[in-house]
Design a protein around this ligand. Structure first.
Ligand code: 6GU
Length: 227
C-alpha cells in the first residue's frame, strides 16, 4: 500500500518511521510520503490560508495549493481514496480501518485553521473516492494527529506489518466487544493475585472466563456496542 499525507507540518509524520510501521516501510510493505503543501504555493510568503466568504471566525485553507498537490498525487486510474480528517466526518471505526486496509493508495488531506475550501473535495470527487472521517466527538487543531491514528489503525491490518497475526483476532473491537483483562508473571504482585482460572491450564474454562470478562467490561463502559 502507498500512503501520502498532504500537510503544512510534515514533521508530524516522523512517528511513522518508528517501530512496526518503520519496519514495514523498510520492508516495502507500506510506502509512506509526507508532502509539504507549501511546496505548491507560488508567492513569497507561501500562503495557504485566506478569510472565509460570508464571514466568521478564523481562516480557511485556499484551494489552489491543494489542487496542485492533488494533481500530483491522485492516481489517474481513480484508485486513490482521498481521506479528509474532520470532526464533521463519518466516525472512524475498526470496520473503517479494515475497509481502507484493502486499498492500493490512500491520500490524507490534513487541514489546519477552520478547514479547507469545499471546492477541493467537490473537484476531487470524480477523480477519487473522497471520505470525510472523524476520530470522535472532540476537536483537534488539525488533521495530522488524526491522520497518524488512522494510518496506524489501517497499516497494522496489512499482512506482514504485525509479526503475530493472531494478536489481531482477540483484540478490542475485532469482535464487537472490548478486550478482556490480561496478566503476566509474577502470579502475586503487591498482594494482588492473577485470577485462578488463568493459572489452571483449562483452555475451555479460560475462553469462557475471558468472554464473560469482555461482556461485563463492554456492558460497564460501552453498552452502546452491545446488541
Ligand atoms: Cl479527524 N480532525 C480534527 N481536526 N479534529 C478531530 C478529528 C479529526 N476527529 C476528532 N476531532
Amino acid at each position: 500500500m502507498r500512503i501520502d499525507a498532504i500537510t503544512i507540518f510534515p514533521e508530524y509524520f516522523a512517528a511513522l518511521d518508528i517501530s512496526l510501521l518503520g519496519k514495514a516501510q523498510e520492508n516495502k510493505v507500506i510506502e509512506f510520503n509526507a508532502v509539504d503543501l507549501r511546496n505548491y504555493t507560488h508567492d513569497k510568503h507561501k500562503t495557504v490560508d485566506d478569510s472565509p466568504y460570508g464571514g466568521g471566525a478564523g481562516m480557511l485553507m485556499k484551494p489552489e495549493p491543494w489542487g496542485e498537490a492533488l494533481d500530483d498525487l491522485l492516481k489517474p486510474d481513480g484508485s486513490t481514496v482521498l481521506i479528509v480528517p474532520s470532526p464533521a466526518g463519518e466516525l472512524f471505526k475498526q470496520a473503517t480501518a479494515q475497509e481502507l486496509a484493502q486499498k492500493e493508495h490512500l491520500v490524507f488531506a490534513c487541514g489546519r485553521y477552520e478547514g479547507i475550501d469545499q471546492r477541493v473535495f467537490d473537484w476531487a470527487s470524480d477523480k477519487a473516492e473522497v471520505r470525510l472521517i472523524s476520530l470522535g466527538d472532540y476537536v483537534l487543531n488539525g488533521g495530522e494527529v488524526a491522520a497518524l491514528a488512522m494510518i496506524e489503525a489501517i497499516a497494522r491490518l496489512i499482512p506482514g506489518v504485525i509479526g503475530n497475526a493472531e494478536s489481531l483476532v482477540e483484540e478490542s473491537h475485532s469482535d464487537g466487544l472490548l478486550e478482556y483483562p490480561s496478566y503476566t508473571k509474577p502470579a502475586v504482585w503487591r498482594e494482588l493475585e492473577v485470577p485462578e482460572v488463568l493459572r489452571g491450564g483449562n483452555h475451555a474454562e479460560i475462553a469462557k472466563w475471558r468472554h464473560e470478562q469482555s461482556v461485563a467490561r463492554t456492558k460497564a463502559v460501552r453498552p452502546d456496542l452491545l446488541p
